[in-house]
Design a protein around this ligand. Structure first.
Ligand code: AMP
Ligand code: MG
Length: 339
């Protein structure tokens, strides 16, 4: 299949919208990461997302809408706190899990009785939803397991020849996937951290429970609340090892342990302590900058044929929880704690 490379100009967007209406797959920019979109009402189109990505069939997709009027068509009920959360954070990087409406195909929800919905803020994503007239089911536009793409070049790396088109809308501003919360129970439960932080959610709904899977590997035999959390994820080919400690302790450890084809991922400015090849991924005290740069840094490791990547560990405060959660999975939970 020849993949069309489209711009975000009106003419190209109407072509992308036509492809989506025809049941084709189009990679689209959002403020979080690039998404691989299909008409969420078309089960066959949605099924082809799983084939293009190599995604396990039991991992459900997020449906993207552009207007609140589309929500009742997808969900069985809208709890009052969903309205408060939508008023606070939509359009934006928050995904809410609702009881599923009858019209949502099983391919979207991977057989679950719930459906995940988000209203993106990116103007191109919103335009495409409006122009196509389709709610768009869209997971991240990477081959399953790889770091999510945050620009069109990284999408093409994984998807050229496998999908109908890629719309180039520039760099994603946030850089990590949306915050996912389950709102079907009494208390809001965080399933995946993102740019809408626990503190921001608490300010709207009071208590928020953080699911075990955010910071821990799934125990043998346990069922994942969010199926995506049970897989090794966001991982480059390199072995990633997360190292917790001060800038000095990190540098001392890495300088002593690095072998051939080893790179140290570190915070801006701290490279001066290192005697080994390095990549920076943002200032130590700026989690938003780290989120913005993390996935491209992980993909650069593969560009350079790196075998082992020691990674300086971010703080878990605010957006840092999202950065830490992605790195834990990229590392397959391999963490070294320095005194
Ligand atoms: P991605 O599309 O790559 O951003 O991944 C979507 C994430 O949302 C995955 O971790 C899914 O497991 C999760 N997700 C989507 N729908 C549901 C749902 N109905 N219930 C729980 N988690 C969901
Ligand atoms: Mg993904």
């Amino acid at each position: 299949m020849q993949t069309l490379h489209l711009t975000d100009k009106e003419y190209d967007l109407s072509q992308a919208a036509t492809l989506l209406r025809d049941g084709q797959l189009v990679a689209i920019p959002t403020e979080t990461v690039y998404g691989l979109a299909a008409d969420a009402r078309n089960g066959a189109a949605v099924a082809s997302i799983f084939t293009a990505k190599g995604r396990p069939m039991d991992n459900p997709l997020i449906v993207h809408i552009a207007d609140m009027s589309e929500l009742p068509l997808l969900v069985a009920e809208i709890p009052p706190q969903a309205l408060a959360l939508a008023a606070a954070f939509w359009p934006g990087p928050l995904t809410m899990i609702f009881k599923k409406g009858d019209s949502v195909p099983n391919e979207v929800s991977a057989g679950l009785q719930t459906v995940a919905v988000r209203m993106p803020s990116h103007p191109v994503a919103r335009n495409l939803i409006r122009l196509s007239g389709c709610p768009l089911a869209a997971p991240s536009a990477n081959r399953s397991g790889s770091p999510s793409p945050t620009n069109a070049y990284r999408v093409a790396e994984d998807m050229d020849g496998r999908i109908a088109a890629i719309v180039d809308g520039g760099e994603c501003t946030v850089g990590v996937e949306s915050t996912v919360i389950d709102i079907t129970g009494e208390t809001v439960r965080l399933l995946r951290p993102g740019a809408v932080t626990v503190e921001m959610l608490q300010a709207v709904v009071g208590a928020v429970e953080v699911d075990e899977a955010v910071l821990n590997p799934l125990k043998d035999g346990a069922t994942a609340a969010s199926p995506g959390m049970k897989y090794k994820h966001y991982a480059p080919s390199a072995r990633v090892i997360l190292v917790k400690g001060s800038a000095d302790a990190y540098a001392t450890y890495v300088n002593a342990h690095a072998a051939a084809n080893t790179v140290a991922l570190c915070f801006d400015g701290e490279e001066r302590l290192l005697t080994v090849p390095f990549l920076t991924y943002g200032p130590r005290n700026d989690a938003k900058a780290q989120a913005h740069r993390l996935f491209d840094a992980l993909r650069r490791l593969d560009d350079e044929g790196v075998r082992v990547a020691y990674t300086a560990c971010p703080s878990t405060d605010g957006v840092g929880l999202a950065v830490y959660n992605r790195l834990l999975r990229a590392a397959g939970f391999e963490v070294i704690i320095l005194e």
